[in-house]
Design a protein around this ligand. Structure first.
Ligand SMILES: [Zn+2]
Length: 428
């Protein structure tokens, strides 16, 4: 993709040695954009946003800022500043206008508002709106980031951020309603008993703001959100009716585990089934319902943790499923995080992105899972980040919380303390 190519140009521009971002990049980018050849606008804008970046719990890397722009820019709004765009048809989300690059024909430039992409049918120029801006303004990616971030911060560009804010408000309502449902009513009682049976206290339940996606919630959520000022089209854009429709079985009752960004705002939900065979039937989760629909890059960085927003210098523990984070926090193992299923073949990229943001991580693994195929996928999927991993060996068939039940907390702590790097694990 053109956008990916541009990303690699950005990597070169900020002088990064690693393929993936780290926090030092933000500093390097600062130096790059502060050179005397940068425009006055770029320097002013960037210095405006720097205090906010410094104050945030986690410093945004250059690549994270780039990804945020991919999510935040409204292609029709941005490209519409350079070309007079008209809707293709009544109610269409696609637009056409004259191409800024080749100036051939009145409507050779097509702009899609679903993915913020553009394409010229004459000169074949195409990509994301961010690529358009870089080309038309003749900027480097490192110069474009602070300019566009500044335009969004000042309100000069509206972008998709108001939409994101609205979805955040809707998710807060869902979170509140689901918490209420868990605390009250008959469905709530059954779920509370299930949670108690799992060994999770009321206090831990409140710490995670656990909620209940009960039958009642599934029926009343949309009318409730309508009374709060959300219209049907908006809720469909947020994917809420579709999300609810996925739970067709009336007996299907789930605990919602809100997942939050670094600022502690609800950005989506993981789900844990509470029926009798829930232990055996838990589904593997990649991304939670929520922001993935409208801000996929931000959603890709969401991590479920008991310590949301708090930077940690200690090694984190990679949990195998979201519910394990709750169970482990209950046992005062607060460093457990859920990033993605521990499958390097499928989720290597997401795991690698996360490993760039923490000092090191412990990967729980059973001896019989250490196969040639696993090692191949691990090296292939996680690359150099494997060096940040240590592996804690678990008894066959058990997950971390089950080891506590079988062997006790001290045994699990000892297993974690004995976690070894891959080299030692293989006995080399
Ligand atoms: Zn063209």
């Amino acid at each position: 993709m053109f956008t990916r190519r541009t990303l690699f140009k950005l990597l070169v521009a900020v002088g990064a040695r690693s393929v993936w971002p780290n926090q030092a990049w933000a500093q390097k980018l600062r130096l790059t954009t502060s050179n005397p050849h940068s425009s006055v606008l770029a320097r002013q804008t960037f210095s405006d946003i720097l205090p906010a970046i410094r104050d945030s719990p986690s410093i945004l890397s250059a690549v994270e800022q780039w990804e945020d722009l991919l999510d935040d820019l409204d292609g029709v709004e941005l490209i519409g500043r350079y070309s007079q765009l008209m809707p293709v048809g009544a109610g269409s989300r696609d637009y056409r206008g004259p191409c800024t690059f080749c100036c051939q024909g009145p409507d050779s430039l097509m702009v899609g508002s679903r993915d913020e992409s553009y394409f010229c049918t004459h000169c074949l120029a195409g990509g994301h709106a961010l690529d358009f801006y870089i080309s038309v303004e003749r900027l480097t990616p490192a110069e474009a980031i602070p300019r566009l971030t500044g335009l969004l911060a000042s309100g000069s560009l509206k972008g998709n951020r108001p939409w994101l804010e609205r979805m955040g408000l809707a998710l807060d309502e869902v979170c509140w309603l689901a918490c209420e449902a868990l605390q009250q009513g008959s469905a709530g009682r059954a779920a509370r008993e299930w949670i108690e049976g799992e060994g999770v206290t009321q206090e831990a339940s409140e710490q995670f703001s656990l909620g209940l996606l009960s039958k009642e919630i599934r029926h009343t959520l949309i009318p409730h959100l309508r009374t709060k000022g959300f219209d049907q089209a908006e809720l469909e854009d947020f994917g809420i009716p579709g999300w609810l429709a996925c739970h067709g079985d009336e007996s299907d009752i789930r605990v919602l585990i809100p997942t939050r960004d670094a600022d502690g705002r609800c950005r989506g939900f993981y789900e844990q089934a509470t029926h009798q065979n829930a232990e055996a039937m838990w589904t593997s989760y990649s991304l939670p319902y929520g922001f993935r629909l409208i801000s996929p890059h931000r959603a890709d960085r969401l991590v479920l943790s008991a310590e949301t927003g708090r930077a940690s210098s200690a090694a984190v523990i990679l949990a195998e499923r979201p519910w394990d984070v709750v169970l482990l926090a209950q046992d005062e193992i607060e460093k457990a995080v859920y990033v993605a299923p521990l499958d390097p073949a499928e989720y290597g990229r997401r795991l690698t992105l996360y490993l760039q943001r923490v000092p090191s991580a412990i990967w729980p693994i059973r001896q019989d899972d250490i196969t040639v195929e696993f090692l191949h996928d691990l090296i292939d999927g996680c690359g150099r980040s494997v060096g940040q991993l240590r592996f804690a060996v678990l008894p066959p068939g058990l997950r971390l919380p089950e080891v506590i039940g079988r062997e006790g907390l001290n045994s699990l702590r000892a297993r974690l303390a004995r976690a070894k790097p891959l080299r030692d694990l293989l006995g080399a």
